[in-house]
Design a protein around this ligand. Structure first.
Ligand SMILES: Cc1cc2nc3c(=O)[nH]c(=O)nc-3n(C[C@H](O)[C@H](O)[C@H](O)COP(=O)(O)OP(=O)(O)OC[C@H]3O[C@@H](n4cnc5c(N)ncnc54)[C@H](O)[C@@H]3O)c2cc1C
Length: 618
């Protein structure tokens, strides 16, 4: 990732088998709040360094957080995995593949993800159909005067990306440098100059704003609507238009092209990583995992070296609030839980805790972290999966592109992105699960009402909310295109089997998650940077008492939409704990000092600072 290039995570984590440090004090107590990817990786690194006394708090019954894998089974007992959260992992997610290799053979084959254009894809746009694989989408009815030119759109996007040049470098040359295992000082300087320039240029520019700046009058509503349906081959980008352009720019530079479906379900990866004993190389049950919701985290007013964690124990002996104290706490929950649930953005603690515990980010020195926890924009997103007992491409009417059956549909109707996952491609008797709709932002907000309303009435009194949703997507397609074999295929999901064959998630409505992932709006880079570098509190210049709590999670990274961001933040937070232990003489061989060098883009933050920083008290 361009923002942290000097920190070379793969080299520090993947290419060096030694633990980050060796903890010599057997009594160190650490709490990790949140059992998602970030919490799991933090626990793994702390255990690897020899910390035994770790308590994990997880509010939900299931481990995994947004790594939420659910299953359909057919009547032959075959399993179909539905990834409600993360489902595709770029080849470039180096930490992800590293941690997965701790759980299975590194050469275990991974399946390429059926992205739009990688497999035969149909676009349904303004009532017309186009098919596409590799090359540009082509109309199925070229004579129709309403058909649009996708090839031209793709060329336009190419021109736009090519225009992002500075000092003789462009997206391609910088992406290539970021792939290198080591960088010379000159190469580092080129990356630095390039990204600093664009951080300043685009900090306050939205995605649609950047397109407008480039295309001016050349693009009208048609082009924007087309792009909103196709994206850069990833599906509907319309809801991403208000997001800061830097978020998309990072993706171009990350060169995230090849994406895979890991061979293990995401939830299983998290659970196994969390419980993995690094020394034995296998899972054990020695970790203390509490199914408790943390209500507040505060610095002890009675002991400078302790952090108080207050949690709600649903059915425990106390049947209420429990207090425990730790030497360190890593808060690896979604950002909104940090704010809404745990009040980590508090300047003054809630009254019931004020007597014993001071706010973690209270006082002048922490005021920007505090502020940052409540500002960044979190995307809404939802998914609906269904199970089709028969592969729909066995029907002769099914759309094909040059002989290949369509497996992805992008549409300007309600569903937006559909993926027919076909996990048993060589077995004609197997069925397929289908991601009937994957949508973001406003498209995800749109559907909330239909689910809530239909819970009690309308469409069919026997139908559950997921069935109502399926019908909405199905009708959206079939009222735009007739006949529609794609819409017809969903009729395999019957009222009778609705509970078994449908499952959905609306992430902004999920308990303790409160939204899908962080994608900054313009002018939020500064705030995100405060969260990303909060782990630098372990550096000498910060007050001692601020060195005991670290925040982690994808939302505390520059890669809000990716597991890789969650893992980087976990490496940072666990390294911060180990650094502080090492500085106190309680650990040896600390080898992650490179992570604590100044942020390479500090110069940009210094320039922006005056606009953001809160005045300190007189
Ligand atoms: C729809 C969707 C699609 C995505 N697609 C991809 C993809 O294809 N590829 C990719 O790489 N990434 C993807 N992501 C991003 C990826 O899911 C996240 O980056 C990652 O799973 C976040 O992990 P985390 O540990 O930071 O947070 P989480 O997984 O959310 O874990 C945090 C945990 O904290 C718990 N918690 C919250 N509050 C409390 C509390 N007060 N007390 C105790 N526990 C608490 C929660 O219950 C949760 O289990 C996607 C995300 C979504 C939502």
């Amino acid at each position: 990732m361009v923002d942290t290039y000097t920190y070379a995570y793969p080299q520090l984590v993947r290419d060096n088998p030694r633990s980050f440090a060796t903890v010599t004090d057997p009594n160190v107590r650490v709490a990790v709040i949140g059992a998602g990817f970030a919490g799991a990786a933090a626990v793994y690194e702390l255990r690897r360094a020899g910390i035994q006394n770790i308590t994990v708090y997880e509010a939900r019954e299931k481990l995994g957080g947004r790594a939420d894998s659910r299953y359909f089974h057919d009547n032959q007992g075959r399993r179909y995995i539905n990834e409600m959260g993360p489902m595709r992992v770029p080849e470039n997610s180096k930490l992800f593949w590293h941690y997965l290799s701790q759980l299975q053979d590194a050469d275990e084959p991974q399946l390429i993800f059926p992205n739009p254009g990688v497999v035969a894809t149909q676009i349904v746009y303004r009532g017309l159909r186009y098919t596409w694989k590799d090359e540009a989408p082509q109309p199925t009815d070229p004579e129709n005067p309403r058909h649009v030119d996708w090839e031209k759109l793709q060329q336009d996007i190419g021109r736009f990306v090519d225009s992002l040049t500075f000092n003789g470098d462009n997206v391609g040359t910088i992406a290539e440098l970021l792939q290198k295992e080591t960088l010379t000082l000159i190469e580092q300087g080129r990356i630095h100059a390039y990204w600093s320039h664009f951080l300043k240029q685009f900090d306050d520019v939205s995605f649609v704003g950047a397109l407008e700046q480039f295309f001016g009058d050349e693009w009208g509503p048609t082009e924007y609507n087309m792009f909103s349906t196709l994206g850069v081959g990833t599906g509907g980008f319309g809801p991403l238009f208000p997001v800061c352009f830097l978020e998309l720019f990072r993706l171009f530079l990350w060169d995230y092209q090849n994406e895979y479906m890991p061979s293990l379900p995401m939830a299983e990866i998290v659970e196994r990583l969390l419980t993995l004993d690094p020394a034995a190389g296998q899972s054990d049950d020695r970790l203390s995992i509490l199914t408790e919701t943390v209500d507040y985290v505060g610095l002890s007013r009675h002991n400078d070296n302790e952090v108080d964690v207050y949690s709600i124990q649903p059915q425990g002996e106390t049947n209420g609030l429990v207090h425990r104290a730790y030497d360190y706490v890593i808060v690896a929950t979604p950002l909104r839980s940090m704010q809404i649930r745990m009040n980590l953005d508090a300047e003054t603690p809630p009254r019931s805790y004020a007597e014993n515990s001071a706010p973690v980010f209270g006082g002048e020195v922490n005021n920007m972290v505090r502020e940052s926890l409540r500002i960044p924009h979190i995307m809404n997103s939802s998914k609906l999966f269904g199970f089709l007992p028969n592969k729909p491409w066995n029907e002769s009417s099914w759309p094909h592109h040059e002989g290949d059956p369509v497996k992805v549909v992008l549409t300007d109707t309600l569903a937006r992105q559909m993926y027919f996952l076909d996990p048993y491609p060589d077995d004609p008797t197997a069925g397929t699960n289908v991601l009937i709709s994957y949508n973001w932002g406003d498209d995800s907000v749109k559907i909330m009402g239909i689910q809530d309303y239909d819970r009690s009435q309308i469409i069919d009194p026997r139908s559950n909310p997921d069935y109502a949703l399926k019908l909405a997507y199905e009708f959206g397609l079939e009222t735009m295109i007739t006949p529609s074999p794609v819409a017809d295929s969903l009729k395999q999901i019957t009222l009778e089997n609705q509970n078994r064959d449908l499952t959905s998630v609306i992430w902004q409505r999920e308990p303790m998650i409160f939204g899908a992932f962080k994608l900054d709006y313009p002018k939020q880079y500064f705030y995100t940077s405060q969260m990303v570098y909060q782990y630098h509190y372990a550096n000498a210049e910060h007050p001692e008492q601020s060195k005991r709590v670290y925040i982690a999670g994808n939302n505390c990274s520059y890669q809000g939409g990716w597991i890789e961001g969650a893992l980087q933040s976990a490496v940072n937070a666990s390294a911060a704990v180990l650094k502080h232990l090492s500085d106190q003489g309680l650990a040896t061989d600390f080898r992650m000092q490179e992570l604590f060098e100044p942020n390479p883009f500090q110069n940009v933050l210094e320039d922006l600072k005056a606009q953001y920083i809160l005045p300190t008290a007189a």
